[in-house]
Design a protein around this ligand. Structure first.
Ligand SMILES: O=C1CCCN[C@@H]1CCCn1cnc2cc(F)c(Cl)cc2c1=O
Ligand SMILES: [Mg+2]
Length: 516
């Protein structure tokens, strides 16, 4: 059977594996945790890259390339930063037959590759702001279950690294980048995200504060970190001695050196996995038009053995005209003229690949001077269908693609909104979590308290009264972010923290959830 033979709601991981392989996004590879990105998914990454690269160029960010190898001296410059991550560093220890004098690390992220260079490059305030970005790959030797796009030992990303004279300039950039990350998910991938700040527990230890966009996978009810934009403050510049002479002090005839204010920000190919998990259905992939390599596929119908050669030729000619019409208005279109396959077979094939819109065109359509359209995002086959006059195609099809894009985001946003539950009563916390929701609660922002919430929601999530060995493992709820968008209702020094054993008052509404 070539179709997807497992339901998304029945077995998500089996469904996901079939959808990404039969949809020709991923192929498997003989190194654990590594996957082949087939052209279908690489084309989506290229669309994301084209859009985001154009945005950062408006900030005068320049792309560069740093070596993939990092000396242990450089990697270990930042002790505390490394200690939390040491277990996932991949090391090169041999060249051919001979051992390396000093093993080199494969970059897991490039701070320690770039910042010694920043220290050399940045001498005067005129060298600021320095804004570099890399489109590259990184390696993290994860031990948790790998999942294509979502968690792999090598992935593609962009990593932006900037240095500024003032904290204000740095902060402004952190927030601008986060907005563009949200746009990549919402405007390109039609995936809703919540913007916020990471709590002390979850932020990057090397940052003053970490801003994040948090996605949601309805099928599992788990949150997922979608991208992060860190305000590093002067943490790394003090570590790597990146200073400039303070222009203000110089004005006053004094010579003072100030540490620069830095940011780093990253978005990865995980975004493609989130898009697939969000929109995919039991017929396979569903790709939002804005990032689809092919937006429309035209399939001739009604051609049978009885169709005369000239009738067929005439039909194919008209199909070609439709294709050129659509290409002339920037639509990415393919025709499927393969012999020996029925239209039905072709419909399934392209549906599995998630092409957003199908155009069927047969002799009857030709007679009526129209085409039959079928939207991939609508489950109901009848509701998915429409008719368009051939002379209207140039205007109608781009509009229909935009409608599909809009409706896909609306549908996913509705699902996220329905599963983001605001609570003030602890007794509802775990049952709500088990209902495949993420939860917004008043919280004291204490890291110990956060750990307790995680522990409690893991234990009781195993279902009371069920025999220990029968209990399905259920991880605890982590804090996902402190949403920028704070509801009303927390009274300073009055509203209690959600954790019944916590004595402190709530400071903010914090989003908790099981997560990837
Ligand atoms: O998230 C981003 C955006 C792009 C640039 N980097 C930051 C911080 C990355 C944190 N992080 C994440 N993972 C890591 C894994 C490691 F093995 C080592 Cl040595 C370090 C890290 C590490 O610093
Ligand atoms: Mg990690």
């Amino acid at each position: 059977l070539i179709g997807i033979d497992v339901a998304k709601e029945a077995d998500l991981s089996e469904w996901y594996q079939q959808v990404i392989t039969k949809g020709q996004m991923i192929s498997y590879y003989d190194v654990a945790g590594c996957y082949i990105l087939e052209p279908g998914s690489y084309a989506i990454w290229e669309n994301i890259k084209t859009w985001f690269d154009a945005k950062i160029k408006t900030l005068k960010v320049r792309n560069a390339y740093f070596p993939i190898f990092i000396s242990s001296d450089n990697l270990e410059r930042e002790k505390e930063h490394l200690e939390g991550f040491a277990a996932e560093v991949a090391w090169v220890t041999k060249g051919g037959k001979s051992d390396l004098e000093k093993p080199v690390a494969v970059r897991p992220t490039s701070e320690t590759a770039m910042y010694p260079h920043f220290a050399r490059k940045i001498q005067s305030h005129r060298d600021l702001p320095l804004k570099l970005n890399q489109w590259n790959n990184v390696v993290r030797w994860e031990f948790k279950h790998p999942m294509p796009f979502i968690r792999s030992r090598e992935f593609l990303w962009q990593e932006g690294h900037t240095a500024h004279l003032t904290q204000e300039q740095a902060t402004e950039e952190v927030l601008q980048i986060l907005d563009w990350y949200a746009d990549v998910y919402q405007e390109l991938l039609a995936v809703p995200v919540v913007k916020g700040t990471k709590t002390v527990n979850e932020k990057f230890p090397g940052a003053d504060f970490t801003t994040t966009i948090e996605g949601f996978i309805p099928a599992t009810g788990r949150g997922i970190q979608a991208a992060t934009s860190h305000a590093l403050g002067q943490h790394f510049s003090k570590m790597f001695n990146i200073t400039v002479e303070d222009p203000a002090a110089k004005e006053a005839g004094k010579s003072e050196h100030v540490h620069v204010w830095q940011n780093s920000w990253g978005l990865t190919t995980r975004s493609i996995g989130v898009m697939i998990l969000t929109h995919g259905d039991n017929r396979g992939l569903v790709i939002p038009p804005r990032v689809a390599e092919i937006q429309v596929v035209i399939i001739p119908a009604g051609v049978t053995a009885k169709t005369s050669a000239e009738a067929k030729e005439d039909l194919y000619k008209k199909v070609d005209n439709i294709k050129s019409d659509l290409e002339s208005v920037g639509v990415r279109v393919e025709t499927d003229l393969r012999e020996g396959y029925s239209p039905g077979f072709k419909f399934n094939d392209w549906e599995m690949k998630g092409i957003p819109l199908r155009i069927e065109f047969g002799p009857k359509d030709a007679e009526k001077g129209q085409v039959t359209t079928s939207r991939r995002d609508i489950d109901d086959k009848t509701a998915a269908r429409g008719e368009t006059k051939i002379e209207d195609l140039k205007e109608a099809i781009p509009k229909l693609l935009e409608q599909i894009q809009k409706d896909m985001l609306a549908k996913a946003t509705k699902a996220y909104d329905e599963h983001r539950v605001q609570l003030t009563n602890w007794d509802e916390f775990v049952p709500t979590l088990n209902g495949k929701n993420v939860i917004l609660v008043p919280h004291c922002e204490g890291d110990k308290c956060e750990d307790e919430v995680k522990a409690k929601s893991a234990r009781t999530a195993l279902g009371d009264g069920v025999a220990e060995d029968k209990q399905a493992p259920a991880m605890g709820a982590k804090s996902l972010c402190i949403p920028f968008d704070q509801p009303e209702g927390i009274k300073e020094g009055e509203t209690k923290c959600i954790n019944p054993d916590c004595k402190d008052f709530a400071k903010k509404w914090v989003l908790f959830g099981r997560s990837y």
